[in-house]
Design a protein around this ligand. Structure first.
Ligand code: ACM
Length: 483
């Protein structure tokens, strides 16, 4: 049976009524309200005060009386989130008299976009940042390099964007698409104004085919059956080349983090196994096998990141490299290998959780969908909402990853991202004891109106045919393009 907001609220206890009536996502963690204001408030006239009594880096308190609204927080981010809470109430047509006190469950509330496989451009990225901010997401992980295309201008190496930016996953001859350094700065400051940190990823030593096209001198080969070539870890010049790239990246992105990937390195017999430079490196450094070569490379590049004053991030593959847990953070992505998460925690790493299931949004979200990944199941909205069940002080937070092999148009990007990203926002912010999926679905009605206003082509879980699945050349794929 379908309840309206009013009937559903009427069925609940008084304290829950208060929560339910505030039509805000993510659901605030503490709400004491009475009646709705007779008329809405003027958002340009909200009083905002920095107040160190409000504890928590991103915490805020919103107080509404019949005379107006006041937001207090100990940081600009907190004030910003208090205003988002008011914006959503105003959009819903009801602003309640009373107090909301709120602080996030996780400091890392992330969204990753892969623009190497398909490129979406400035306006789409800005729109995504706007939506992230409205729902209090705060980390934009930008996957800017991979085998199909290199998407960030590097002044020292112009071929990276002249040759490396040509092509995408659908068409290897597509005209070059990339962000100039001015455009990157524009996005970074657009995000910062919305309290979003942009974390760049320069993937290495695998997923390097686009870079290799531009600068073959640093290529470490790859397997004929695998599209992802590598960098050559046996050449000193490779470290100079990648170090120079990271220097420009560090200057462009004020983020504390540089992500260096480290995933799925296809270094086998057709690549490093037969490479004379690598053999010489192994003899020189006493490395016994190619896994040790990989670890040597990751250590050197992590050190370069640290020399630039940054923290290194890597996919959970880097756990094999025996890095120290200080200044290095791991993203756990292999949902079928929970032992990797345990290993990261046991070894003292801070971790961001982004397991394929339920947080890879290139997986389908509904049984009827034809295009996207499945793996003994898929990533429906309720699974996304329920994540995570694990808790540890070392878990910085959670992140949705949008890989774009099967996402080549803005419509498909919208369709795969929404509404699941809104569920991530609530899962990342709202404490487990305040989460309630049925209540979330009621508040999602307002979020759908918001997405309609923005002309977002979301998947409508209430009416799966409202926005028909945008089909591409690909069909459902078990796991045929990535580990
Ligand atoms: C990944 O999905 N290869 C991190």
């Amino acid at each position: 049976m379908k309840h309206t907001i009013a009937t559903a609220c009427a069925l609940m206890l008084t304290s829950q009524v208060a929560l339910c009536q505030v039509n805000v996502i993510p659901r605030p963690n503490s709400v004491e309200i009475s009646t709705a204001l007779a008329k809405t408030i003027d958002l340009s006239n909200v009083k905002q005060i920095i107040d160190q009594q409000v504890k928590g880096d991103e915490a805020y308190e919103v107080e509404v009386t019949k005379h107006g609204a006041l937001v207090r927080a100990s940081s600009q981010a907190g004030l910003f989130y208090g205003v988002q809470t008011l914006r959503q109430q105003v959009a819903s047509g009801k602003v309640y008299v009373g107090t909301i006190k709120d602080t996030p469950r996780f400091a890392w509330r992330g969204f990753m976009l892969d623009e190497s496989r398909h490129f979406f451009g400035m306006e789409k990225v800005k729109q995504l940042l706007d939506i992230m901010a409205y729902y209090k997401l705060n980390k934009f992980h930008w996957h800017l390099t991979d085998s199909p295309g290199w998407r960030v201008e590097i002044k020292a190496y112009p071929e990276l964007t002249r040759a490396g930016a040509v092509g995408n996953h659908s068409n290897p001859e597509a005209p070059a698409s990339y962000y100039t350094q001015d455009q990157i700065r524009e996005i970074v400051s657009y995000a910062a104004a919305r309290h979003i940190e942009v974390i760049p990823e320069i993937d290495m030593p695998g997923h390097a085919t686009a870079s290799n096209r531009a600068y073959p001198a640093y290529c470490g080969g790859g397997s004929k059956s695998h599209p992802d070539f590598t960098f050559n870890p046996g050449k000193e010049d490779t470290y100079i080349y990648l170090g120079n790239i990271l220097k420009e990246i560090a200057a462009l992105f004020p983020s504390q983090y540089i992500h260096i990937g480290g995933d799925e390195v296809s270094f086998g017999s057709e690549a490093w196994g037969t490479n004379a430079d690598v053999q010489a490196l192994m003899r020189r450094e006493g490395l016994k096998d190619l896994k040790q070569v990989e670890a040597y490379f990751i250590h050197r590049m992590a050190n370069k990141v640290h020399e630039l004053g940054k923290t290194m991030m890597g996919w959970d593959d880097v756990l094999d490299c025996k890095l120290p847990s200080t200044d290095n953070v791991v993203m756990w992505w292999r949902h079928d290998k929970p032992q990797r998460l345990q290993q990261a925690l046991d070894n003292g790493f801070n971790v961001v959780l982004c397991p394929r299931r339920p947080l890879y949004f290139d997986f389908i979200q509904h049984d009827t969908h034809k295009v996207g990944r499945v793996w003994n199941g898929f990533c429906p909205l309720d699974d996304v909402y329920a994540f995570p069940s694990m808790q540890s002080p070392q878990i910085l937070g959670i992140q949705a990853n949008v890989w774009t092999e099967v996402i080549s148009t803005p419509e498909r990007l919208d369709f795969m991202t929404f509404p699941r990203l809104i569920a991530v926002a609530e899962a990342a912010w709202t404490m487990p004891e305040q989460k309630d999926y049925q209540d979330f679905l009621l508040r999602l009605e307002q979020a759908y109106r918001h997405l309609d206003d923005l002309h977002i082509f979301y998947f409508d879980h209430r009416s799966p045919t409202k926005h028909p699945e945008p089909l591409g050349p690909q069909n459902r794929s078990m796991n045929d393009f990535k580990d």
